[in-house]
Design a protein around this ligand. Structure first.
Ligand SMILES: Nc1ncnc2c1ncn2[C@@H]1O[C@H](COP(=O)(O)OP(=O)(O)OP(=O)(O)O)[C@@H](O)[C@H]1O
Ligand SMILES: [Mg+2]
Length: 333
């Protein structure tokens, strides 16, 4: 669970009282594991500040950020990096232009797992895996692994950044269990039993499903085995804390409509397949309604709307526009 507790952040560039800008005013927010939250709000309403506070690139003036019950407010950004993936509005930001697609992916893949550059090694060991992942994007990037990222289009770079932000090197079973207990909320013993039981159950299910495969006609077996493996991975990934949170700040704003749609679809798929808790800032209200499980609206550093499920499904773009107008009117009074 990701929580903001009474977070306040203000900026003052000159030191004069009249120049004080309150970017976030006593904001509290609880986001559940795997929840996909879309965030809307006018310019300067505090959306990016929220994401920056979550990632650690800004430290709150007051209040706390808790990750699975742990106060991470003062943990510097580079130490939190293993837990977060980020994609910014600017396609130039998330990738290293002078490096090849393969090199960028390799760095992202091991990020947070090892600090030793020697271990990074731009080997071809993961090449096959990266190619397969890129192929799913359907942008032809799998054939350009050795090209420098600097020559790619904005859409291709955003898709690559997205993959870098969401893929992860699966830690060993031991590390997953250890980190899960270490970062759990409340009772450690209970968490230990919970993770052990879940692993056992997932393995048992996999074993039984694989036994049943033998009864299938030969031509169906291979596909079924892949499905079983994917189901197992999906169960296990719920307990893997690396890159468990994805922060997207208008990440499709600089793309043409067709590419934006494609990157959004890829986002949705990556988020759902990997059960990633996601905060997606967008100015596109239709996208904010179409994607995600929950929608939050910011206005002048406050959350003025927080809806999910059916309540969210019932909303229209017109409703949201009306709410914006009303909030502006209220603020003017
Ligand atoms: N580094 C900074 N220095 C000074 N003021 C800042 C800084 N970052 C944000 N602010 C101010 O804080 C307020 C909230 O900014 P924030 O970037 O969070 O808005 P936003 O909702 O992301 O807006 P946009 O839709 O324009 O991206 C604004 O008034 C902004 O000018
Ligand atoms: Mg912003």
């Amino acid at each position: 669970m990701l929580e903001l507790l009474h977070v306040t952040k203000s900026f003052n560039l000159t030191g004069a009282a009249e120049d004080e800008r309150i970017a976030l005013d006593n904001v509290s927010l609880q986001i559940h594991p795997g929840e996909f939250v879309t965030i809307i709000g006018g310019n300067g309403s505090g959306k990016s500040t929220t994401l920056n506070i979550v990632s650690g690139s800004l430290i709150p003036d007051k209040g706390k950020v808790l990750l699975n019950g742990f106060d991470v407010s003062k943990i510097p950004e580079y130490k939190r990096a293993a837990y977060f993936g980020r994609v910014f509005q600017d396609p130039m930001k998330g990738t290293a232009a002078e490096m090849s697609v393969l090199e960028n992916l390799e760095i992202a893949y091991v990020r947070g797992r090892t600090h030793s550059p020697i271990k990074w090694g731009f080997s071809s060991s993961h090449k096959k895996y990266f190619s397969e992942e890129l192929k799913r994007f359907g942008l032809g990037l799998e054939d350009r692994l050795n090209q420098k990222v600097g020559v790619m289009s904005g859409g291709q770079r955003q898709a690559l950044t997205l993959l870098m932000a969401t893929m992860r090197q699966r830690p060993s079973e031991k590390v997953i269990k250890r980190d899960y207990v270490r970062f759990c909320e409340g009772n450690k013993e209970k968490a230990k039993v919970e993770v052990e039981t879940a692993f056992e159950l997932a393995k048992e299910n996999r074993k039984n499903a694989l036994l049943r495969v033998k009864k299938l006609p030969k031509e169906q077996r291979k596909a079924r085995v892949e499905e079983i493996k994917a189901a197992y991975e999906s169960e296990i990934s719920k307990f893997d804390l690396t890159k468990q949170i994805l922060l997207l700040d208008e990440h499709t704003a600089a793309l043409d409509p067709k590419t934006a749609r494609k990157v959004l679809e890829l986002t949705n798929k990556a988020v759902r397949d990997n059960h990633i808790t996601t905060l997606m800032v967008t100015h596109n209200m239709k996208d904010a309604l179409t994607y995600g499980d929950r929608l939050i609206m910011f206005h002048l550093g406050h959350i003025i709307l927080d809806v999910s499920g059916e309540e969210k499904d019932k909303l229209s773009v017109e409703d949201l526009l009306k709410m914006f107008e009303e909030a502006d009117k209220k603020a003017e009074q």
